[in-house]
Design a protein around this ligand. Sequence first.
Ligand code: ADP
Length: 323
Amino acid sequence: MRPTGRLHLGHLVGALGNWVPLQGQYDCFYFVADWHALTSDYSDTTQLTSFAYENVADWIGAGLDPDASTFFVQSLVPEHAELYLLLSMVVPVPWLERVPTYKEQQENLKDKDLSSIGFLGYPLLQSADVTIYDANLVPVGEDQVAHLELAREVVRRFNNFFGNVLVEPQPLLTTFARLPGLDGDKKMSKSLGNTIHLADTADEVKKKVMQMYTDPKRVRADIPGTVEGNPVFVYHDAFNPDQAEVDDLKARYRAGKVGDVEVKTKLARALNAHLEPIRERRTAMLARPDQLKEIMVEGSRRARVKAQETMARVRDAMKIVYR
Ligand code: ADP
């Protein structure tokens, strides 16, 4: 995860929520992709490390466990850069130019300078991030499948030249679709300002929920409303465990027999109940900054041992060894 901002409910359902159950099944590595944050925002790095600390506190808040998994910081494992460099010698530029997000983001993010080598190369850096740990599986959403396909092609090409050195990673497809924004936009996203942060207080959550976009044709409570795709109900489905309450609200909404205030008040209550233990854990973690740093440094040390083993193998295979 890139430390480019505070984490929000979209990250919770689309990423963290999927990662937590993997910890019991796999040897998991989760990392702060601080170099990746520079691929689109290189000129202002003032908040990079503070976002990194906050993000890791959010992971712990959401239930990731640094004793069960390895947490690390990309820049504390500089072998990622070495593997990226070596892969870049082997990989044709057009492979990167045809990654769908390359042109898409250049067109959509006009306010950013995406003409750098770093931006073009970021899917290749991802390939290095994954293969340096001999990763078999990468938990990704649909939007990242093309990047993982690139990683697989890169591995095949590299292995073709140098022998069976790197492992081809497979996607472990995550299930949750995009969480819409508070404003009804199809994606909750920091760049759209339509987010509820894990750091928001209960009052802030309530205030944001009360201002949420709903069905615009429902100017009065007695007009039947649409539930499908209505963000208030998407959130109820995602966060309200009281199925009977959600079913009742939906039925009355469709019949024009419930006001937005009741639907939203119940959503705010369910959301706050869901977020409260997360908030408590993240706050407790941020209150112990030395321990938080130690978790990141110690995890990075463990990750680096594995990364160094892989790099020794890669240098051997490429015959770049002086001893
Ligand atoms: P980046 O750091 O590349 O800009 P984001 O912050 O957009 O990426 O997202 C990081 C992760 O969280 C990705 O796995 C992404 O799919 C997931 N994510 C972000 N926003 C949402 C959302 N609104 N709904 C579901 N998943 C999301």
